[in-house]
Design a protein. Structure first.
Length: 276
C-alpha cells in the first residue's frame, strides 16, 4: 500500500502542473478523488490500453467531470496517451485535452460535466452488459454537490430496481462544493440510509487510505443481487494544507508562491509514505 500512497503524491504534482499549464482547473476535487482513481485503474478494473475497445472491458464514468485533471493524470500514467503532451497542451486551443472528459481520447467512455448524467448512463451500460451476457463491471464517480441533481436519484432508483450487481457507484464526500459546504447548500447527512433505501449495498471507506479503498471495492465485487455504492470520506484539496478543506480551492489557479508550497509539501508527504 505504501507504494501506491507514495505514487499518489507524484500524481498530485502532475495534476497541479496540468492546471498551471492550462491556467485553470478544479484542483480541490481532483485531489479528493485521485486516490480512488489510482486504486481502480491499478488494482481493481479490467481495463488497459491493450484491451481498450474490447467489449468485455470494465467501464469507468467520471460523472463529476470537472475533476478531469485527476482522470487524465491516471490515464496518462497507465499508458492510454502521452501524459507529457496532455500537461503541455491542457485547455489550449485545438487540444483534445479539454477541461471536461472528452471521449475522443482513449480511456474516456463518455463526455461529462453537466452534473447528474453519469449515474443514469452507467445504469444503461450495466443493464446492457447484463442483456449481452457480458461480465464487465461499471464504475461511476460522483461528487457530493452533484447529489442535488434529480437525475442522480432516478439512477439510484433504476439501478436498485434492476438489481445491477455489475454496477458500482462512487460518492466523493468531501463536504464542499463551489458555493460552500454541502451541509449549508444541500444537506445529505443521511446519505447512507437514503442510498440503501433505493436497494443498494452501501460501503463506507477512507478515500485516502489504500487498504480501506481495496477492502471497499473488493466487497463491492463480491456483492451479488444488488448494486453497490462506495462512499468515500475524503478531504477536498488533499495533499497540501494550503488547499485542504477550503471551498475557495474548488476552482483555483495557484500563483507561483502557492505552487512552490504545494509541491514542497507533496514531495515531503511522498517521502513520508516511502518511509512508512
Amino acid at each position: 500500500m505504501a507504494n501506491l500512497k507514495a505514487m499518489s503524491f507524484d500524481f498530485r504534482k502532475d495534476v497541479v502542473d496540468m492546471i498551471m499549464s492550462g491556467k485553470g482547473g478544479h484542483i480541490g476535487g481532483d485531489m479528493s478523488i485521485l486516490d480512488c482513481l489510482i486504486e481502480l485503474y491499478y488494482e481493481q478494473m479490467n481495463v488497459s490500453p491493450e484491451n481498450w475497445g474490447d467489449p468485455n472491458r470494465d467501464r469507468f464514468v467520471m460523472s463529476k467531470g470537472h475533476s478531469v485533471e485527476a482522470l487524465y493524470t491516471v490515464l496518462g500514467h497507465r499508458g492510454f496517451f502521452s501524459l507529457d503532451e496532455c500537461i503541455a497542451t491542457f485547455s489550449k486551443f485545438g487540444s483534445p485535452y479539454i477541461g471536461h472528459p472528452n471521449n475522443k481520447i482513449p480511456g474516456i467512455e463518455m463526455n461529462s460535466g453537466s452534473l447528474g448524467h453519469g449515474l443514469p448512463v452507467a445504469v444503461g451500460m450495466a443493464l446492457a452488459g447484463r442483456m449481452d451476457k457480458r461480465d464487465y463491471r461499471v464504475y461511476v464517480a460522483m461528487g457530493d454537490g452533484e447529489l442535488a441533481e434529480g437525475s442522480v436519484w432516478e439512477g439510484f432508483m433504476s439501478g436498485g430496481h434492476y438489481k445491477l450487481d455489475n454496477l458500482c457507484a462512487i460518492l466523493d464526500i468531501n463536504n464542499l462544493q463551489i458555493s460552500g459546504t454541502t451541509e449549508e447548500v444541500m444537506n445529505h447527512t443521511n446519505i447512507v440510509n437514503q442510498v440503501a433505501d433505493f436497494g443498494w449495498h452501501v460501503i463506507e471507506c477512507d478515500g485516502h487510505d489504500f487498504a480501506s479503498l481495496k477492502a471497499a471495492f473488493d466487497e463491492a465485487k463480491a456483492t451479488k443481487g444488488l448494486p453497490s455504492c462506495v462512499i468515500l470520506h475524503t478531504t477536498k484539496g488533499y495533499g497540501a494544507k494550503i488547499m485542504e478543506n477550503k471551498a475557495g480551492w474548488h476552482h483555483h489557479l495557484p500563483n507561483e508562491e502557492e505552487y512552490k508550497e504545494i509541491v514542497e509539501e507533496l514531495m515531503a508527504r511522498k517521502e513520508a509514505a516511502l518511509n512508512e
